[in-house]
Design a protein around this ligand. Structure first.
Ligand code: HEC
Length: 119
C-alpha cells in the first residue's frame, strides 16, 4: 500500500516537473534517436549540416558551439524538441517530435545533443 503510494507520487512528481528528470537522460539511447530522426537536418555531429539542411532557412543551430548551447536551458531544449520550432517562436521547419517520441526519449536525445558541444 505504502509502496503504491510512493510510486504514484513519484510518477506524479516526474510528470509535473519534467525538468527534474534531465540528469537521467541516456545519451547512448539518445544517439540512436538522433541518428534516426535528427541528423538529416542537424548533421551527424550537430553542426546544422545534414543533407536536408541545404534547403533550410534559417539553418538548424550549431549544437557544437558551446557559447550558443550554454545559453539554452534543458527546459527550452525539451520544449523545442517536443513542440517544434513553432512552440518557441522559431522556424516551423523544426518539426514537433512529441508525437513520435516519448518524454523519456526526448530526455535521452537532449542528453545526446549536450554531448555534441565542443569543449
Ligand atoms: C526537417 C529538418 C529538421 C529535423 C529532422 C530536426 N530539426 Fe531541429 N531544427 C531544425 C531547424 C531548421 C531549426 C532552427 C529553427 C530556427 O532557428 O528558427 C531547428 C532547431 C532545433 C533546436 C533549437 C535550437 C535553437 O536554435 O534554439 C533543437 C534543440 C533541435 N532543433 C533539436 C532537434 C532534435 C533533437 C531533432 C530530432 C528528434 C530535430 N531537431 C530534428 C530542423 C530540423
Amino acid at each position: 500500500m505504502l509502496r503504491t503510494q510512493l510510486v504514484s507520487s513519484m510518477l506524479l512528481m516526474s510528470m509535473m516537473l519534467p525538468g527534474l528528470a534531465f540528469g537521467g537522460g541516456d545519451a547512448v539511447k539518445g544517439k540512436e534517436i538522433y541518428t534516426k530522426f535528427c541528423a538529416s537536418c542537424h548533421g551527424p555531429s550537430g553542426r546544422g549540416d545534414g543533407p536536408a539542411a541545404a534547403a533550410l532557412n534559417p539553418k538548424p543551430r550549431n549544437f557544437a558551439d558551446k557559447k550558443v548551447m550554454d545559453a539554452l536551458t534543458d527546459d527550452y531544449l525539451f520544449k523545442v524538441i517536443q513542440g517544434g520550432g513553432a512552440a518557441v517562436g522559431k522556424s516551423p521547419m523544426m518539426p514537433p517530435w512529441g508525437g513520435a517520441l516519448k518524454e523519456a526519449d526526448i530526455h535521452d536525445v537532449t542528453a545526446y545533443v549536450r554531448t555534441l558541444v565542443k569543449k
